[in-house]
Design a protein around this ligand. Structure first.
Ligand SMILES: [Zn+2]
Length: 196
């Protein structure tokens, strides 16, 4: 009896998490990796919950998942949003206490709690940033890359200590937007007075 209860609640968790991932337009591959559900079950779940009259349509993403770490550091706006998302993931306990032993995998066997924390982080991010630039799939990529630590890493702003996302091999010290503009103003001020 106990075993079947456990199995039932585990299945329930799996389905709940899959539904939240579907709602955030995650790809089938991602849902499979995080829930362990088969493609067939994900397809049926999608059909029964979203593919019926009156249901809010959720577009089904196709094709490849994002694969570029540089996406998160390319523009100041995306850098800022990546930092916010990473901070939310951290606050909500999505990051494992230490690096998983099988580093290098896209989704190194994280649990339901982490999957749920990622959904909560993404929902908070979308509330805070209405015209968000980072999709749920991109956040999954960001989270995996930060956990592996091979392409991206979490660093503290050299000015205020805020959490930032930086490329692993970045040569300059990381600064948030406001600390960077403060520094630029100070340097411009020094340059101007030196020229006087
Ligand atoms: Zn700062």
């Amino acid at each position: 009896m106990r075993i079947s209860d456990d199995r039932y609640s585990r299945d329930r968790l799996r389905l709940d998490l899959a539904l939240r991932f579907i709602h955030h337009e995650a790809r089938t591959r991602t849902i499979r990796a995080w829930t362990g559900l088969t493609d067939d079950r994900i397809r049926k779940l999608y059909k029964s919950y979203f593919d019926r009259p009156g249901a809010t349509a959720v577009p089904r993403p196709r094709g490849r998942s994002p694969q570029q770490a540089s996406f998160f550091t390319r523009t100041p706006r995306v850098r800022q949003e990546a930092a916010l998302l990473a901070s939310l993931c951290s606050l909500l306990g999505a990051f494992p206490p230490r690096r998983p032993p099988r580093a290098g995998l896209a989704h190194p066997g994280f649990g339901f709690a982490q999957g749920l924390a990622l959904c909560q982080a993404y929902e908070a991010y979308r509330t805070l940033v209405p015209a968000a630039r980072i999709s749920f799939e991109h956040m999954i990529y960001l989270f995996s890359a930060l956990t592996r630590g091979d392409e991206l890493r979490l660093v503290a702003c050299a000015g205020c200590g805020a959490l930032l996302v930086s490329e692993r091999m970045a040569l300059r010290e990381a600064r948030c937007l406001s600390c960077a503009s403060l520094l630029a103003d100070r340097e411009a001020g020094v340059g101007a007075s030196a020229g006087d």
